[in-house]
Design a protein around this ligand. Sequence first.
Ligand code: NAD
Ligand code: ZN
Length: 248
Amino acid sequence: MMKNEMISELQKIIDKSRRIVFFGGAGVSTASGIPDFRSAGGLYAQSFGDLTPEMMLSKSFFYLHPREFFDFYRKYMVYPDAQPNAAHRFLYELEKRDRLRGIVTQNIDGLHKKAGNRRVYEIHGSVHENYCLDCNVRYPLAKIMEPDGIPRCDQCGGVIKPSVVLYGEPLDPYVCIGAKREISNADTLIVAGTSLSVEPAASFLEFFGGRHLIVINLEPTPADNSAALVLRGEAAEILGSLSADPAE
Ligand code: NAD
Ligand code: ZN
């Protein structure tokens, strides 16, 4: 099939689906100017001396070297000016028409919520939610971005931690239950912009028992074999070319 035929095939599936769920990763936000991890231009292709991004984004690095953690985090993980792109906007239109049951995202950028979606499961947390490790007071992203090393609580002086899930940390069980429930109730699951190499996130796909598994990604993924349709291309371009209104 040619690309246009694939897109009209995808449109047909979306038109007849009643319970669509979207499962996304970093490739959904690259069109918003946020690099992914594993592409050639991604974060993992850069050199950070002896340290890897996985090490610097680990729980132990956060507690042992908070100053270095926040230097790295502010510079490479947070994009305060990023705006939703055509992929986020299409999913908002679908949810507005009550045709999208939920978005399960590995992204921490908050762009689905910024686009207006409400049924969003941010399974790796969000840069927009931060809290004091000592007294639990919540802080906005702006507090983390203050350029003075380790962000500290105004109330008690405790260290403020982003709610993002670091390597070595468990996922929030409530968010996971909700995300798995949505996936298991879906008739169509659209998987986009993810290498499916981060666990346990990737294993969430096992909960899907619906008819149509769609994969949209620049590179092959482990889910391609079980997919009804695989589109090799830009997530924002493909999703942005779809209509949220079913054809008459
Ligand atoms: P990944 O970097 O492992 O994989 C990204 C995948 O998306 C690759 O397979 C790549 O080929 C594909 N891709 C890149 N650009 C694309 C595009 N425009 N259209 C379609 N496909 C595209 O990312 P991942 O699977 O999400 O896992 C990495 C982890 O990194 C996640 O846990 C996430 O929390 C974190 N992360 C988040 C962000 C963000 O919040 N925007 C950005 C980078 C990494
Ligand atoms: Zn505090």
